[in-house]
Design a protein around this ligand. Structure first.
Ligand SMILES: Cc1cc2nc3c(=O)[nH]c(=O)nc-3n(C[C@H](O)[C@H](O)[C@H](O)COP(=O)(O)OP(=O)(O)OC[C@H]3O[C@@H](n4cnc5c(N)ncnc54)[C@H](O)[C@@H]3O)c2cc1C
Length: 460
């Protein structure tokens, strides 16, 4: 049902002070509207309960990006298009740039404001995990003055926050100290753009000689509001990255999140995917940065056949490897991973099958297809199998056979950091999936393996 425009009043006082006076004089009466991309959708659906709207659009005192030596301050009225276009933001806060590019369409990004995204407080808001990972602070303003608090303390419940009736969100402060940090952002949704996330994770970590000295993790869509993973961070900080730490982190993350079943996904799926994303981020943390550009530079210059072979060891689909080569020269590690994902998204079932066929079955050491390097990496990834009990090995072999009979391809699981028992229990669970869902899951596992191998390859 559409809303009735006559039932609403909209005023535009045109200055920040005038809006603040209005909010102070009649607290609770006026609802701010910035880009309107949330409120107008609610209005169109007949769900807009606010009767009196005060416009923030066009107020210059809310739309700014100020650069200081130790921080960047982004006005709440800045649009996601402003953020994407800003060179210092894309240089110092690449995750924020990336998330800004995910907010709806280009048209949407030209209206949607950072402030509106945060105050609206959707558990799936794309900017939120990034701000949590970057340790952002929010600044609130009223006629009484301003106050600052960590963004991690802004949300208090589903679509609830600490704003008083006479306050606006004024700005977001981002500390400029992450040049040496490893940064990660991934959103799992039906599509990358114009899709609400099923799960999103942002991470920012400082690693010194293999030990994690500092880490912050922000997630979306796995709790009532965007959340910092404090327990998980504690389980990782001070530890060296390896299977033990990854296992402890995966266990901790389950206690940090409260996912729900809804129309987009199930709680169980969200729990598993959050663990997978975390593992993907952590697995990349121990790869030294220094060698990256050298390997990549050599690959950028290599002859076509060697360059394809290097990619095929990471993922055995020829079409994917050829599409990677077509993107040479690739400037850096982050671009390499982004392109790898984008190309993987364009692959078809036949390409997936080709990639799956290069993996030995879990519990076996040989495979008839794929390069010798791919086989060596598979054996390393499955190294925990050497600790498996006879019964586990037998059950894995039986499960593999049933799986192949049911789905027609090899059981693919990202084996890095997983025990034989975990791989067996995942196999048993996935045996009850339908084929379409299982195919997607196998392709996602293959994607994770591909990223781990790309990092190994860059590290060589
Ligand atoms: C087609 C479409 C696709 C979308 N895709 C995505 C997506 O992929 N990811 C995503 O995260 N979001 C998405 N959104 C949601 C939306 O665009 C964002 O949440 C946007 O950032 C909201 O900003 P706005 O300025 O339009 O908010 P508005 O609709 O103007 O306001 C939203 C809320 O914030 C309050 N508010 C706004 N500014 C302030 C302020 N300075 N101080 C206090 N309160 C304030 C308003 O009172 C209101 O409660 C999508 C929306 C549409 C229509």
């Amino acid at each position: 049902m559409r809303g009735d425009p006559g039932a609403h009043e909209l005023i535009a006082p045109g200055s920040l002070n005038a809006v603040l006076s209005l909010l102070a004089n009649e607290p609770g009466k006026w609802t701010p509207i910035a880009g309107g991309t949330e409120l107008m959708v609610a209005h169109a659906a007949g769900r807009l309960t606010a009767r009196n709207l005060v416009s923030l659009w066009g107020i210059g005192d809310l739309r700014f990006i100020r650069i200081h030596s130790d921080s960047i301050v982004v006005g709440a009225g800045s649009t996601f298009r402003d953020l994407r276009a800003h060179v210092t933001i894309s240089g110092d806060f690449p995750l924020l740039s990336k998330a800004a590019g995910w907010i709806g369409s280009i048209a949407n990004q030209s209206r949607a404001t950072l402030g509106g995204n945060l105050v609206n407080g959707s558990p799936a808001a794309d900017s939120s995990p990034v701000l949590l990972a970057y340790d952002a602070e929010v600044e609130l303003i009223s006629v009484r003055g301003t106050r600052r608090l960590p963004y991690a303390e802004f949300h208090t419940g589903y679509k609830q926050n600490v704003l008083a009736a006479d306050e606006l969100l004024y700005a977001v402060h981002l500390p400029r100290r992450f040049a040496q940090h490893r940064q990660y952002l991934r959103k799992v949704g039906t599509r990358r753009a114009m899709a609400i996330s099923k799960v999103a994770l942002a991470g920012c970590a400082f690693v010194e000689r293999g030990t994690v000295r500092e880490i912050r993790l922000g997630v979306a869509s796995v709790a009532a509001y965007p959340t910092r993973l404090y327990r998980t961070e504690k389980a990782i900080c001070g530890k060296t990255i390896g299977p033990e730490t990854i296992r402890a982190a995966r266990a901790a993350v389950s206690a940090d999140i409260v996912p729900i079943d809804d129309i987009r996904s199930t709680a169980e799926y969200r729990r598993i995917v959050t663990g997978n994303l975390l593992q993907e981020f952590l697995s990349g943390l121990d790869a030294p940065r220094e060698n990256m550009t050298l390997s990549l530079a050599q690959w950028n210059e290599a002859d076509g056949e060697s360059a394809v072979n290097a990619m095929l060891a990471c993922c055995g689909a020829h079409k994917w490897a050829a599409s990677m080569i077509a993107h040479r020269p690739i400037a850096n590690e982050s671009d390499l991973h982004d392109i790898a994902d984008r190309m993987w998204e364009t692959m078809k079932e036949s390409d997936w099958m080709e990639a799956f066929a290069c993996h030995p079955r879990i519990g076996e050491r040989t495979v008839s297809q794929g390069s010798s390097e791919s086989l060596t990496w598979s054996q390393q990834e499955q190294s925990s199998i050497s600790t498996a009990a006879e019964t586990t090995l037998r059950q894995l072999a039986e499960g593999n056979a049933r799986y192949e009979e049911r789905f027609g391809f090899t059981y693919i699981v990202c084996a890095t950091g997983k025990s034989p028992e975990e791989m067996l229990s995942i196999l048993n669970r996935r045996l009850s999936s339908d084929r379409a869902a299982e195919l997607r899951e196998a392709a996602e596992q293959q994607r994770q393996i591909m990223h781990i191998r790309l990092r190994k390859w860059l590290d060589e």
